[in-house]
Unconditional design. Structure first.
Length: 255
């Protein structure tokens, strides 16, 4: 393997071929050899090598994953999906496989299938933060803002230092506020008013991060001074709150 690190790929390939001659049933050598073929874009040879690995051990998910990635590189999503599905039959609780398949579904605009795979991940590992972010984003694209808010909140709990989760949550709350401000029909005005107050209260707790970056500023005109002042005031307010919270936790520590 030192050959590959030094860039001497041809020597590494020769070494693994020799290893296969000595032990034809060693699946690791086939997998390593296929990676080197992929590194030099020898896709057909890599494909044949991975199928040989499958023939040796059809219960090793790595060969299926290798073929899935190869077919993704060749932009053949149907074949890649088939390989990911075979890998999941072998290892149904492999979060990495579900995540890669979810990403492939998203790139091919199969959003319902993508959301389904991310939801499966939350059932396997309830602390896998990227799944909650992706689900929140998918529901936001589907205009299911309340559901998006719930998953964005969970992501923000798991990754409090990641500002993207807070941004997605703020964006969802803004959409909910707009919907509550102009409903299509109101059967119970009192309950509607209560829900509007509750949404407005939630929006006060979070910074309106979606106001900090607007694509219109790049396309049409720069932000006005009133917008800059609003963003600066929010940044000052929430920075003060974060500092106060951190100082509170600091003074509670047993030094």
């Amino acid at each position: 393997m030192a050959y590959g690190k030094l860039g001497r790929v041809s020597d590494a390939i020769a070494e693994f071929k020799q290893s296969i001659k000595l032990n034809e049933n060693e699946i690791g050598s086939y997998l390593a050899l296929s990676r080197y073929y992929l590194s030099i874009d020898s896709l057909k040879t890599a494909e044949v090598t991975l199928y040989r690995a499958q023939a040796i051990n059809g219960q090793d998910a790595r060969s299926f994953l290798g073929l899935a990635e190869l077919y993704e590189r060749q932009r053949i999503p149907e074949l890649a999906i088939g390989q990911y599905e075979q890998a999941m039959k072998i290892d149904p609780n492999n979060v990495t496989v579900h995540a890669k398949l979810a990403g492939l579904y998203f790139r091919t605009r199969k959003y319902n299938e993508s959301a389904g795979e991310w939801l499966k991940i939350t059932g396997i590992d309830s602390t896998y933060a990227p799944a909650y972010y992706q689900i929140a984003n998918l529901y936001f694209l589907g205009k299911q803002y309340d559901v998006s808010r719930r998953y964005a909140t969970r992501y923000a709990e798991l990754r409090p230092a990641d500002i993207s989760g807070q941004w997605l949550l703020a964006r969802s709350l803004t959409a909910i506020q707009l919907m509550s401000a102009s409903p299509l029909a109101v059967e119970n005005p009192l309950s509607h008013q209560f829900m509007t107050w509750m949404v407005d209260g939630l929006s006060l707790v979070l910074p309106a991060l979606d106001r900090f970056t607007r694509s219109v500023w790049l396309a049409d005109a720069a932000a006005g001074w009133s917008t800059v002042a609003d963003c600066a005031a929010q940044a000052l307010l929430y920075s003060s709150l974060l500092i106060a919270a951190s100082m509170f936790d600091f003074y509670r520590r047993n030094l």
